[in-house]
Design a protein around this ligand. Structure first.
Ligand code: ZN
Length: 90
């Protein structure tokens, strides 16, 4: 996942990096019947394989809605008073 940082006023938006936070959660849904792949953390290959197998078993089901969820965190930027408070563990 590409990390993007957007600065707005005194806050910074970035990817969530907390322990256990996935880079992304991937899933897919068949447009024809609504069947859904088991969501996976960080890797999308199992979801791609599921889509191929679903079409293999249902040859007319060929369109999928692919979903990728990512998580963000807003942190105080340089000069923001909350930055010092966070550093103190407040
Ligand atoms: Zn289907």
């Amino acid at each position: 996942m590409t990390r993007s940082i957007i600065r707005a006023a005194e806050w910074t938006l970035g990817a969530e990096t907390a322990d256990g936070a996935p880079d992304g959660i991937y899933s897919a849904e068949c447009i024809t019947c609504g069947a859904q792949a088991q969501p996976t953390d960080n890797v999308r290959l199992p979801v791609e394989v599921w889509a191929l197998q679903h079409t293999g078993l249902n040859p007319t089901h060929r369109q999928f809605k692919a979903m990728a969820e990512t998580f963000w965190r807003v942190t105080p930027a340089e000069g923001n008073p909350y930055r010092e408070l966070d550093a103190r563990g407040a």
